[in-house]
Design a protein around this ligand. Structure first.
Ligand code: URP
Ligand code: ZN
Ligand code: ZN
Ligand code: ZN
Length: 463
C-alpha cells in the first residue's frame, strides 16, 4: 500500500514547503519535489495545504458526569474528530471514587477498543486522590503508557483536592517523568458563591458564569504554578479562559519555569453574553471554567500568537440540549458541564486565527498538533510531517467556505455552540497512518481502526 500526495504545500511547526509526500505502509518515507508516481496511488493536492493530523489534547468521550453520560462515545466522537482534521485524541480516563488508577485505564481501554476511528492515548483524571493512588503513579507511567494526570482544584466535595495533595502529586509526578495537568479554579470560593446565588433564587444559566469569576481561575492558576515551582515540577494548565490565568502562566515562563497552558475554541469565539440566550439556550454554553467577557478573547489570541499558550484542545464534552442540559432547568448548578467542540476545533482556529491574521500557519500547526505531541510523549511519531513519522496527513482546502451547523455536523448531539458561524478552510482528505479515512463529506474509515498510543515520559521542551 503506497500513496504519493502531489503538488501540495506542506506546513509544519517550523516550515512551509512545496513538495510531494510518499507514504508506504502507513509511514512517510520520502518528501521531495516531483516524486515519481509509478506504482503508487496518486492524490493531487493542488491549491491545498498538507497539515500533520490534528492532535486534540483534551476530550471527554463516553464520560459519566452529573448523573448522565456524554452524548458522544469513542465511535461518534472520533469520526467527528476525523471530519475536522484530527487524527489523534488524548482522552481523559475518569478515575472514580474507590478505584485504582489502573482500573480507570482498563475501563477506558474498554470504551475505546473497537470503537475509536482515530488513534488515541489517555490522561488520567484523578477523581479520588488517596495516598495509595498517589503511589500508583510511577507504575501507571511505566506499565500503562499514560504519563499525564489531571488534578482538580474545583468541584468541591467531589474531585477537588487540597494544596497538600496537589503539592505531593506534583513532586511524585516530577520524579517519574509524568506531567500534572490542573483544572485551576478556586473551588472553595465558587462553592460559597453558588450556594449564595441559589439561596437568592438565581437559578438561570448566567449565574453559572457569575459564580465562577475569572479571579477564581487566576488565583488557582497562580497558586498551582507556585506549588509546581516549590515541587520543581512541570505543570500544564488545561482550558485557560481569561487574562488573569494566562498572565500568571506568562509570568512563570518569563521566570524560566516549565509551565504550559492550553486554551479552547469556545473561549475565543463565544462569550458571557451567550448565557443570556432566550429559552434556556444559555445552558448550551455551560462549561467550566465558563465563558468570559469578550475582552479576554483578545488576550488569549495574543498569547496564542506568542505561544505563551502552547496547546489548543477542544475540551469536547457533549450533552444534548434536550434531556441532558435540561437537567438544570431549575438550577444552573445541575446543568451538565461541557460542549461539543471536537469537530470544529481546527476550523475555528484556522478561520478566526489564520484567515483573520491573528496567527500564522506554522503557529496553527504547532498549537493544533506539534506542541501537543511534544508535551504528551507522542513526538515525532505524531505531530509532524517528516520521514519516519506516521502518515497522519490532512489535505486542507483553504478556499472552501461553510456554515457550522448541528444539521450537518457528525457529533451525536443536538446542537453546536458555533451554530451559524461562517468559516473558510476545511479538510478535503484526511489520512490516518496512510489510510484515507475522510474524503470530502464521506467517512471511509472504520470504528476500531484507531490504535492506542503509549505516551513517553514527559521531558521539558522549549515551546
Ligand atoms: O465543562 C467542562 N469543561 N467539562 C469537562 C470537564 C472538565 O473540567 O474539563
Ligand atoms: Zn476541567
Ligand atoms: Zn475537560
Ligand atoms: Zn491499508
Amino acid at each position: 500500500m503506497s500513496t504519493v500526495i502531489r503538488r501540495g504545500t506542506i506546513v509544519t511547526a517550523s516550515d512551509i514547503v512545496r513538495a510531494d509526500v510518499l507514504i508506504e505502509d502507513g509511514i512517510v518515507t520520502s518528501i521531495a519535489a516531483n516524486l515519481p508516481a509509478a506504482g503508487h496511488d496518486v492524490v493531487d493536492a493542488t491549491g491545498c495545504y498538507l497539515f500533520p493530523g490534528g492532535i486534540d489534547p483534551h476530550t471527554h468521550l463516553d464520560m459519566p458526569f452529573g448523573g448522565t453520560v456524554t452524548a458522544d462515545d469513542f465511535r461518534t466522537g472520533t469520526i467527528a474528530a476525523a471530519f475536522g482534521g484530527t487524527t489523534t485524541v488524548i482522552d481523559f480516563a475518569l478515575h472514580a471514587k474507590g478505584q485504582s488508577l489502573h482500573d480507570a485505564v482498563r475501563i477506558w481501554h474498554g470504551k475505546a477498543e473497537g470503537k475509536a476511528a482515530v488513534d488515541y492515548s489517555f490522561h488520567v483524571m484523578i477523581g479520588d486522590l488517596r495516598e495509595d493512588v498517589m503511589r500508583e503513579i510511577p507504575d501507571v507511567v511505566e506499565r500503562e503508557g499514560v504519563s499525564s494526570f489531571k488534578v482538580f482544584m474545583a468541584y468541591k466535595g467531589t474531585f477537588q483536592v487540597d494544596d497538600e495533595t496537589l503539592f505531593r502529586t506534583l513532586r511524585m509526578a516530577a520524579d517519574v517523568g509524568a506531567l500534572v495537568q490542573v483544572h485551576a479554579e478556586n473551588g472553595d470560593v465558587i462553592d460559597v458563591l453558588v450556594r449564595e446565588a441559589l439561596a437568592k433564587g438565581q437559578i438561570e444559566p448566567r449565574y453559572h458564569a457569575l459564580t465562577r469569576p475569572p479571579e477564581a481561575e487566576g488565583e488557582a492558576t497562580a497558586r498551582a504554578i507556585r506549588l509546581a515551582e516549590i515541587a520543581k515540577a512541570p505543570l500544564y494548565v488545561v482550558h485557560v479562559t481569561c487574562a488573569q490565568a494566562a498572565d500568571a502562566i506568562s509570568d512563570a515562563r518569563k521566570r524560566g519555569l516549565p509551565i504550559y497552558g492550553e486554551t479552547c475554541p469556545q473561549y475565543l469565539v463565544c462569550d458571557i453574553g451567550d448565557y443570556d440566550r432566550p429559552g434556556f439556550e444559555g445552558a448550551k454554553y455551560v462549561m467550566s471554567p465558563p465563558l468570559r467577557e469578550k475582552w479576554h478573547q483578545d488576550v488569549l489570541w495574543g498569547k496564542l500568537a506568542n505561544l505563551e499558550l502552547q496547546a489548543f484542545g477542544s475540551d469536547q464534552c457533549s450533552f444534548n440540549f434536550k434531556g441532558q442540559k435540561e437537567l438544570g432547568l431549575h438550577n444552573f448548578s445541575l446543568i451538565p458541564n461541557g460542549a461539543p467542540t471536537i469537530e470544529d476545533r481546527m476550523a475555528i482556529l484556522y478561520h478566526f486565527g489564520v484567515n483573520e491574521g491573528r496567527i500564522g500557519l506554522n503557529k496553527f500547526v504547532a498549537l493544533t498538533s506539534t506542541n501537543v505531541a511534544k508535551l504528551f510523549g507522542l513526538f515525532p511519531r505524531k505531530g509532524t510531517i517528516a520521514v519516519g513519522s506516521d502518515a497522519d496527513i490532512v489535505i486542507w482546502d483553504p478556499e472552501v467556505e461553510r456554515t457550522i451547523t448541528a444539521e450537518t455536523h457528525h457529533m451525536n448531539v443536538d446542537y453546536n455552540p458555533f451554530e451559524g458561524m461562517r468559516v473558510k478552510g476545511k479538510p478535503r482528505k484526511v489520512f490516518l497512518r496512510g489510510h484515507l479515512i475522510v474524503d470530502g463529506d464521506s467517512f471511509l474509515g472504520e470504528p476500531g481502526m484507531g490504535s492506542f498510543l503509549r505516551a513517553g515520559r514527559f521531558t521539558p521542551v522549549n515551546l
